[in-house]
Design a binder for this molecule. Structure first.
Ligand code: IDP
Ligand code: MG
Length: 150
């Protein structure tokens, strides 16, 4: 089943928004496959955000993501990548749709609370970067067929 990688970033942890963000993904119907509370190393941050190297906000982004602990998670379900991106909203919180995490709780692009994979391919890469295979749990929920048609 499709997997997506999500980070509850340092600002969200510091502001006590872990439960709020997890609850929104959970109630959508996605299934948790992995979760850990961790301090991000500079090396991991640089690998995760390699695509942004050289951009004006890159140094600030690395400082931000390594500044305080995060919650790293893997969620799965049909269309998991698209569904979680939709829940989080546009990168810039003031451009995000009302009702999304970023619109409801954030103001600035450099303090936008969450990361979520932007494609199925990147989801696979990011899950492998952040989680060892034995840190992921393969399981079924009772009543799964009432959420996933197939
Ligand atoms: P995304 O998180 O919505 O996928 P990306 O464009 O991949 O957005 O950017 C990665 C992260 O870099 C953003 O979530 C945000 O934290 C930060 N970022 C992006 N653009 C800016 C900017 O212009 N100023 C400050 N931080 C930025
Ligand atoms: Mg991105």
């Amino acid at each position: 089943m499709e997997k997506t990688f999500v980070i509850v970033k340092p600002d969200a942890v510091q502001r006590g928004l872990v439960g709020e963000i997890v609850a929104r993904i959970e109630r959508r119907g996605l299934r948790l496959a992995g979760m850990k509370f961790m301090q991000v190393s500079r090396a991991l941050a640089e690998e995760h955000y390699a695509i942004h190297q050289g951009k004006p906000f890159y140094d600030g982004l690395i400082t931000y993501i390594t500044s305080s602990p995060v919650v790293a998670m893997v969620w799965e379900g049909n269309k998991a990548v698209e569904a979680v991106r939709q829940l989080m909203g546009a990168t810039n919180p003031t451009a995000a749709a009302p009702g999304t995490v970023r619109a409801d709780f954030a103001l600035e692009i450099g303090r936008n609370l969450t990361h979520a994979s932007d494609s199925v391919e990147n989801g696979t890469t990011e899950v492998a970067l952040w989680f060892k295979p034995d840190e992921l749990v393969s399981w079924q929920r009772d009543g799964e067929r009432w959420i996933f048609e197939k």
